[in-house]
Ligand binder design. Sequence first.
Ligand code: PLP
Length: 400
Amino acid sequence: MATTQEVMDLYEKYVMANYRRLPKVAVRGEGPYLWDADGKRYIDLFSGWAVTGVGHCHPKLVEAIARQAATLIYMPNTWYTEPQARLAEWIAKTGFGGKTFFCNSGAEAIEGAIKLARIHTSKTVKGRYKFITFENGFHGRTFAAITATAQPKYQEGFRPLVPGFMYAPLNDMAAVEKLVDDETCAIMVEPIQGEGGVNMCDVAWLKALRDLCTQRGMMLIFDEVQTGVGRCGTWWGYQVPGVVPDIMTMAKQLGGGTAIGALCATPEVAASLVPGTHASTFGGNPLAAAAGCAVFEIIENEHLLENAQKMGAYLRQRFLELKQETPLITEVRGVGLMIGVELAQNGADLVAKCLERGLHINCTHDTVLRVMPPLNITRDVLDEALNILTDAIKAARPAS
Ligand code: PLP
C-alpha cells in the first residue's frame, strides 16, 4: 500500500488542486469510524460530507452493491430496470407521493429542478423564468446552481451567470413579496440551510412561501440535498415544519456513498418533463439505485429515524451543557442529526485539533461547527467524540 506521502505526491502531479485537502489518506471505513493510511482511527461525526448516513460500509449496503454489481451495473434509460423503479417507489412512499427523475449529484438535481420549474410554469404563463433564492443558501457548483447560491464567493470569476435569479434574506416574507412578479416561476430554499451554517427557517415563513406559491402558480422547490433521507429525524426535512413543496431535490445520503442525485415532483408537475426535455446517461443506474434502496431499507428496518431523533436530542443537550462551560460556544441549532454549533471565533483550529485527536468534524461559514453523524450513531460513540471535542476546545487558541 502506498504511503501518505506517496499518495499526496501523485495528487500534486496529477490531480487538480481545487480542494483544500487534509494531509490524510483515507483507506477504510466501518460504521462511524475511518482509518487513514498510517493506521490512525477517527470517529466520523460528519458522515464523510453528510453522505454516509447509514455509516461507512454498512454490511447490508455492501451486500446490495455487490449483488447488483455481479448482476447488472449499467443500462441506459431507454430500458426499464427494477432498482430504479423501487427507489422511486421508496421516495414517493416516504415523501409526498411524487414522481422522480434520477441524476448523479446534488448540483445536477438542482439543474433539473430549475429546468422543470421553468418548463412547467411557462405552460400556464409564457416566459416565466425568474427564481427567488436566499442569502447564505448553497445549491452546488454548476452554473445555474452557483447562480442560485446567493453567496458572492461561489460566483466570483465565473460571470456572467444564468439570468433570472433574485435573492432575499432568509425568513423575510416582505423581501420575497417585493421580488415576486408575473415572470417568477419558483422559490427555492433549503428547509435548513446546511453549508450556510445550519440556519433554521421559520415555520410560519415556510407556510407563507407555500401559500404565495400556490396563489401565484409558482413552484416551491425545497433543496433537500442535505436535509433529506433521514438527516432531520424524519424521512425528509419538509416533514419537520409540515410544509410540502412541489419539487424537492436530494443527493448525499441517498446512495449511501454511491453517486446519485434526484428530484421528485408532484405527479402533475412531473408530467412536464416529457421525452427530449431532460436526461442523464448515468442517472438512476442499477448500481446506485440498488444502493439507494438498501439505504431506505436499513433506515426503516433499523429504526434509524427514531435513533436520529434520540441521539440528536442527546447531542444538542450535551452541546448546550458545553455552552455553559465555555464562552467559545455561543449557540446550538438544528434538528435530528443536523446540528450546528456557533462559535465565538473561527473554528479551523478546533477542527484541526479534533482531527489530531481522532475526530472528523466540519466547520462551515468560518464559525459554525457542523455535526452530522451517521443516523445509526450510538451514545457511546457520541460520548467518546464529545470527550475529544471538549479536550480540543480546552486546547483551542483563544481569538486574538
Ligand atoms: N444543495 C445543497 C443543499 C447542498 O448542501 C449541496 C452540497 O453540499 C448541493 C446542493 C450540491 O451537491 P453536490 O455537491 O452533490 O453537487
